[in-house]
Design a protein around this ligand. Structure first.
Ligand SMILES: NC(=O)c1ccc[n+]([C@@H]2O[C@H](COP(=O)([O-])OP(=O)(O)OC[C@H]3O[C@@H](n4cnc5c(N)ncnc54)[C@H](O)[C@@H]3O)[C@@H](O)[C@H]2O)c1
Length: 253
């Protein structure tokens, strides 16, 4: 088992990729804090992990709120005695809204959940991990929209580029000399999750830019969870500050 004895916090664990990551990490021996704003979602995931003999705790968290995030990180450390892996996965989309039509509220919501949330969690986690002999590992679920200018609206693309930058800064600062903390990001292409149901009114300009990128294959969430497992485990011990694209070749053309 690749995460035996490790404690992992996974945000957005009530659905989609976060759910797959929580289930896979528990199967690989991790004690999982499954965090989500959707309490019923994480309760179901925790029940499934326990039924299979794993260990997990649910945390109802709005990742854009500092108090919630700090309590989530404390829950992991207090319940299981360490915090070894943090997966910042919770995220929302923005109907592909181009900058001219982005409202203040939309911008603040996207940056709050997709970027401030991971920042708050990384800050709290690093201040535990850096004092642990084994350090820690951070996996940030970005997007191909963290590397390219389409695949989301202005706020989504900016938030995911910001998340990639945060990842690299952590890797460069807290690597072997700075606390033995590794940080990497995943850049998935299209994945079959509940996020599609939030694309209620795609903006025509943003949708046209996405169409220009051409069609891509759609992954099963577990295909991304396996990338997260690689990055969370010692299999990737010399990978730090990287962004792994998992997009079925979408951006290779
Ligand atoms: N599905 C895709 O095609 C795709 C592609 C690339 C990247 N991503 C990214 O993957 C991540 C996971 O998304 P998914 O596709 O599994 O979607 P999903 O909607 O199935 O899951 C996202 C989860 O995040 C939770 N969440 C939303 N706001 C939250 C908040 N404020 N606090 C805590 N939890 C919150 C939701 O309740 C949900 O359970 C997101 O960051 C998304 O941007 C998705």
């Amino acid at each position: 088992m690749k995460l035996q004895g490790k404690t992992a916090v996974v945000t957005g664990a009530g659905s989609g990729m976060g759910k797959a990551i929580a289930l896979l990490f528990a199967q690989e021996g991790a004690k999982v804090v499954a965090a989500d704003i959707n309490q019923a979602g994480v309760d179901a995931v925790v029940a499934e992990i326990r039924e299979k003999g794993g260990e997990a705790t649910a945390a109802a968290v709005n990742v854009s709120r500092k108090d919630d995030v700090e309590a989530m990180i404390r829950t992991a450390a207090d319940t299981y005695g360490s915090l070894d892996v943090l997966v910042n996965n919770a995220g929302v989309m923005d109907n592909f809204t181009p900058v001219g039509d982005v409202s203040d509220e939309l911008w603040e919501r996207l940056i709050g959940i997709n970027l401030t949330g991971p920042f708050l969690a990384c800050r709290a986690a690093i201040n535990i991990m850096k004092d642990q002999p084994g350090g820690g590992v951070i996996v940030n679920n970005a997007s191909v929209g963290g590397l390219f200018g389409t695949r989301g609206g202005a706020a989504y693309i900016a938030s995911k580029h910001g998340l990639v930058g945060l990842t690299k800064n952590i890797a460069a600062t807290y690597g072997r000399e700075g606390g033995n903390i590794r940080a990497n990001a995943i850049a998935p292409g299209g994945v079959n999750t509940n996020i599609q149901s939030t694309i209620t009114a795609p903006h025509p300009l943003g949708a046209a830019a996405l169409a220009d990128a051409g069609p891509g294959k759609i992954a099963d969430p577990m295909e991304i969870a396996r990338v997260a497992l690689f990055l969370a485990s010692d299999d990737s011990s010399f990978v730090n500050g990287d962004v792994i694209k998992a997009d079925g070749g979408w951006t290779a053309r």
